[in-house]
Write a protein that binds this ligand. Sequence first.
Ligand SMILES: Nc1nc2c(c(=O)[nH]1)N[C@H]1C(S)=C(S)[C@@H](COP(=O)(O)O)O[C@H]1N2
Ligand SMILES: [Mo]
Length: 422
Amino acid sequence: MNAEEHDRRRFLKRGAALAGLAAGAIRYSSGQTRASEQGAAPASQGPSPGGAERILPYGARSRFEDSARLDAGGVFTPLQDLTGIITPAPLHFVVTHMAPTPDIDPRQHRLMIHGMVDRPLIFTLDELKRLPSVSRVHFLQCAGSSYLGLDQRKKAKTVQETHGKTSCSEWTGVLLSLLLKEAGLQKGGSWLLVEGGETKRHTISIPLAKAMDDALVAYGQNGEAVRPEQGYPLRLLAPGFEGVRNVKWLRRIKVVDRPYMSKWESTIYTNVRPDGKARWFQFELEPNSVITFPSGGQRLPGRGFYEVTGLAWSGGGAIRRVEVSTNGGRSWKEAQIQEPVYRMAHTRFRFSWNWNGEEAVLQSRCTDEWGAVQPTLGALEKLWGVNRDYWLSTTNRIQHFNGIQPWKVAGDGSVHNVIWES
Ligand SMILES: Nc1nc2c(c(=O)[nH]1)N[C@H]1C(S)=C(S)[C@@H](COP(=O)(O)O)O[C@H]1N2
Ligand SMILES: [Mo]
């Protein structure tokens, strides 16, 4: 019996307590919800035994499901609706800076590798797909997830708005190190200049060490081709690095001997400190987590049992630990982590909670494999040498914001963002 099963049995033994506390929230009819109580669900219109139903060649979700991305200065993933750790591709967040999604014919697409190499190479998609491949589960997150400054973060009502620029997929492709070895790296090459295939050519620098470690040239996402908005037919995946380095519609990689200070790394996507100096090249996203249920904008129907759940992730590696507080951070308890845990991937956590009906502030905090702990807002202010006034000004933008997110459950069950109170 594993730990999870053990917990479940213990929990079932306390079934009486559960049924009592959950009264009103769950309706029982010999252990099941009666069909007549389900409201919207229609009588079965299933296929005839002969299979006369028309099955779509490319399936669609149930017409009762309406979870959707939010288009508001970037396109946000509805984290509150996700289960497990994989983001369905149609709900993946989108940040595309300057040009519309290009309509690329994969037969015409090429990837060029040149610069400080012995043999410049040009690959077609078919050639790349002949090479040894790997599949890896990794999150992707925009460093500017919360970059609008705390005043904007305060205005955000739902977890989709506060954290919706992170998504997680199984990516399939070729290790970039393999392609670079094939091209033959010359002495002195230490950076890559990576270019995307839209008309305005997003360009950014990546340290060669990252390329030789775990960067992927990906053509697959969750079992099918990478989606057009995600970079079809090819994207660079630099696991754990800020989203902006994960170049979509990848067409060119030049081996160079220094970073090229493109606008995306020298002006935008830097953190400006109060003394006016900017922090450059902050690649890895720091440990982060958020409770997705209950979260802002939701309403608990009454006191009783709830499984609190959420996601944790770190650009530094695997999530080792998630703790949950239900009393505004006065005490913390260990949450259960869903296996398997992948490095630089969303990690699902769960926490059993009996709500007594009184106001409560829920928070999660995670620790990654390096022992790095997700900070409070106060700790971040110390780190950056700023105070709340600085962060609350509209002009200051904070990249890589990973402060602990508090959700207040009010007495009436409504749930609210109270980040400024943490
Ligand atoms: N070619 C290209 N690649 C790009 C971008 C872009 O505008 N063009 N945006 C970057 C940014 S800022 C982010 S956060 C991620 C977002 O990836 P997604 O749209 O697949 O979620 O892509 C990055 N790669
Ligand atoms: Mo981004």
